[in-house]
Design a protein. Structure first.
Length: 384
């Protein structure tokens, strides 16, 4: 009996030790966080992952790990909830080639409102910008309820998913990298180029960008022009190894832009129109959002209320985002007047006028499918 009791005591001790897990939250890890730390790529850097308390203050250290030669990291721990990820270490500055350091006492940070299971978290100057925007100015605690919204707002501003898309190294060719990863790398390189252009360090550039974001979530004209200029400079440089050379073929062409709707109207002498094909040649500084195949993104082309009959078809395709081909058709025909609204992006400092849009008509037919002389039709644009 004594021997049985002794064995039971040993089992209890081992179970107790197993439940302690040797630190880091204890138990079998329930969450795995992985990602990339970059400004450019932070190689062999330090990653520290903290829990965020309910009031947004930094809580317990959940895990400490390091990045590899590609800036990648991975960590497992037993925790579910909001986290703050910190990254520090050395990187090669994209604009100058110099080796620079993110100090451990002033790391780049990224906040995520909920991790559980698996989570991907990039840590970059853009995520640091988002954290600074969600910090309380007095306590410096993160406003947990605003984490998702702030990350989304900064992502929209710079046209990249700042948390979920892992940037690659803009200074080297990365086989298999997606366009989104390359675009993210170019935006980070633009931050380095901006540091070089303005003669400022990284904290100052981030602080300037933060102060330049207005209540409507857009950059002021000066900051937007400076950032777009830095992006264009690096993209055209020999240091750029992403393979992206034309920003008009990427979403980055919309950084700092404001959204404007353009109402299109058709006039002529025919009784009604069954189909119409025309182009919208956009003035300088005006683009449309399109996917990699040139298709104008959903929601950017809308039929005007009360003009089209039910069942109308409308499509648009963009060439280098500056020229849009449009086809519209209606089985019952439609009358003259406003018939489409095209959503455009206007670059900072650009001031397009209605007459700056060129709208050549390429072909048309009436509701009976008979051809209409396109020279008798005119499409006009009105900025709303």
């Amino acid at each position: 009996m004594k021997r049985v009791l002794a064995l039971l005591a040993i089992v209890v001790v081992f179970l107790g030790l197993a439940s302690c897990g040797g630190g880091g939250g204890g138990g079998t890890p329930s969450t795995r966080v992985s990602g990339v730390a970059s400004k450019g790529i932070i190689k062999n850097g330090l990653i520290r992952i903290f829990a965020l308390n309910a009031d947004g203050s930094k809580g317990a250290l959940l895990k400490e790990t390091s990045t590899d030669a590609n800036g990648a990291y991975s960590a497992s721990f037993s925790y579910s909830g909001a986290v703050l990820v910190e990254a520090s270490g050395s990187y090669t500055d994209e604009a100058t080639g110099a080796t620079k350091t993110i100090p451990a006492d002033a790391p780049l940070r990224a906040a995520v409102e909920q991790v559980s299971g698996t989570a991907a978290i990039a840590v970059t100057p853009l995520t640091e910008l988002a954290v600074q925007r969600m910090e309380d100015p007095v306590s410096h605690n993160v406003t947990v309820a605003q984490i998702a919204a702030t990350n989304a707002a900064v992502s929209a501003l710079f046209q990249v998913d700042i948390v979920g898309t892992m940037p690659v190294d803009a200074l080297s060719v990365t086989p298999g990298a997606s366009n989104a990863q390359k675009e993210h790398a170019l935006v980070l390189a633009a931050v380095s180029q901006l540091m070089q252009d303005k003669g400022e360090d990284l904290p100052t550039v981030i602080a300037t960008l933060k102060s330049a974001i207005g209540s409507d979530g857009t950059l002021d004209t000066t900051a937007a022009q400076e950032f777009r200029g830095a992006l264009a400079t690096f993209t055209a440089s020999a240091e750029n190894q992403t393979g992206i050379v034309d920003l008009l073929e990427t979403h980055l062409a919309d950084i700092g832009s404001v959204t404007r709707n353009v109402r299109l109207a058709v006039t002529g002498t025919a009784g009604s129109i069954g189909g119409l094909q025309f182009q919208v040649v956009l003035p300088p500084g005006v683009t449309v959002q399109a996917d990699s195949n040139g298709n104008v993104v959903a929601g950017s082309l809308a039929t005007a209320s009360g003009v089209f009959a039910e069942g109308v078809y409308a499509s648009a395709n963009a060439w280098k985002r500056g020229r849009v081909g449009v086809i519209v058709a209606s089985p019952t025909g439609f009358a003259f007047g406003p018939f489409l609204t095209l959503t455009c992006q206007v670059a900072p400092g650009a001031a397009p006028a209605n007459g700056d849009f060129q709208l050549p008509v390429l072909g048309a037919y009436d509701s009976g499918q008979a051809p209409i002389d396109p020279t008798g039709l005119t499409v006009t644009a009105t900025l709303l």
